[in-house]
Ligand binder design. Structure first.
Ligand code: ZN
Length: 375
């Protein structure tokens, strides 16, 4: 018969077990403490990776005092983190750029201040900042880059434009961004997307295949020729405008609207045969560079006179066209920017809101585009 054996530990083994228990307890307590610190930091907006690094560097107190800080988070996440740059990271405005920390380090090394670095980061994409960080320190960083639409990559052109023209910084930024420091028709920016604010000029070129959105035939009562086309919205507003003018006893008519790339080629050819190369060079836009190809450029005339600029209709248009979303596109005072002589008859549909802004501020479509549209 088997005897019942009672399980009994020897005193030494019991002590060992106690020690293991205590150690496990301590480890668990540390782990819980560690996790709760991580969670504190995560609640503040730091990632798991950053939070771990913050704790390992004994920075929790400092970081917590600063609160949520995207640049700091990115710095701790990055392998490029440098301890002595901690305060700068916390003060420099965040931008969503892959190499932001590496670039901040380089720019600090060059001697830029935190404010200057915030400005630099905001004026370009990651690759532009990386390029800029390679060059020797620029002394008057604020002169150009406080202009909200300035671009890092254009810096050298700003400087040389300003030196050559003696214009101020803001004008230099504007002109260079619009490529006015380049020769006409040289290295144009391709335009392929239709929008009411699209810019087509001697530096912004449409493709041969470009066709405007919602191209529609203009009712014959409103146009001087049958079959003329334009963008449907532009037509609707032009008709409203012509009707409103009529009530004021002004007689407007559409003389020209959409012209395809091929149409413009034919115009160039006709004028070339009539007046020669130099005339065409000066007065006729090359195919792809005419606003008429957008379906948004419309030439208006008066049914009472052939000299539109002297007509009452022109005066009426000057005061009223913006109410229908149109702007007088080429004026003498804008010639430096548009590079086209005054055309009393040529109007461009941009939509009511933008037309009013352009009218109120007395600016060109180019300026509006440079300031608010172009990225
Ligand atoms: Zn025109």
């Amino acid at each position: 018969m088997a005897t019942k054996r009672r399980f009994k530990l020897k005193p030494e083994a019991l002590n060992k077990l106690k020690i293991i228990g205590i150690v496990l307890g301590i480890v668990l307590a540390i782990f819980i403490f560690y996790r709760s610190n991580i969670n504190d930091l995560k609640r503040l907006g730091y990632s798991e990776k950053s939070a771990n690094k913050i704790l390992l560097k004994f920075k929790k107190k400092e970081v917590s005092a600063l609160g949520k800080n995207k640049t700091l988070n990115k710095a701790f996440e990055s392998d490029d983190y440098i301890e002595k740059n901690f305060t700068s990271y916390s003060k420099i405005e965040y931008q969503n750029q892959k190499n932001i920390i590496k670039n901040i380090n380089k720019l600090l090394e060059k001697g830029y201040s935190n404010e200057e670095i915030s400005l630099i980061l905001s004026r370009g994409e990651d690759k532009d900042v990386s390029e800029f960080a390679k060059r020797a320190k620029i002394r008057y960083i604020e002169e150009f880059f406080t202009v909200s639409y300035s671009k890092l990559k254009n810096y050298d052109r700003y400087v040389s434009y300003m030196n050559n023209s003696r214009e101020d910084e803001e004008t230099s930024v504007l002109y260079v961004n619009l490529d006015l420091d380049k020769e006409d028709y040289q290295e144009p920016k391709p335009v392929d997307e239709f929008s009411y604010t699209m810019l087509v000029n001697k530096h912004h070129r449409l493709d041969r295949e470009f066709i405007p959105r919602d191209l529609k035939v203009i009712d014959k009562d409103y146009a001087s020729e049958k079959g003329m086309k334009a963008n449907a919205t532009a037509i609707a507003q032009a008709k409203k405008m012509i009707d409103a003018a009529k009530k004021d006893d002004k007689h407007l008519i559409i003389n020209s609207a959409y012209r395809s790339f091929k149409d413009q080629e034919e115009i160039v050819e006709t004028y070339q045969n009539l007046y020669g190369e130099s005339y065409v060079e000066k007065y006729v836009l090359k195919p792809g560079y005419s606003e008429h190809q957008t379906g948004l450029g419309i030439d208006f005339g008066s049914t009472d006179t052939n000299i539109f600029i002297e007509s009452d209709e022109y005066k009426w248009m000057e005061d009223n066209c913006y109410k229908y979303g149109f702007i007088h596109r080429f004026k003498t005072k804008y010639e430096d920017i548009t590079e086209i002589k005054n055309e009393a008859w040529h109007y461009r549909y941009v939509g009511k809101k933008i037309a009013k802004y352009i009218y109120d501020n007395d600016i060109t479509l180019e300026e509006y585009y440079a300031k608010f549209i172009e990225k």
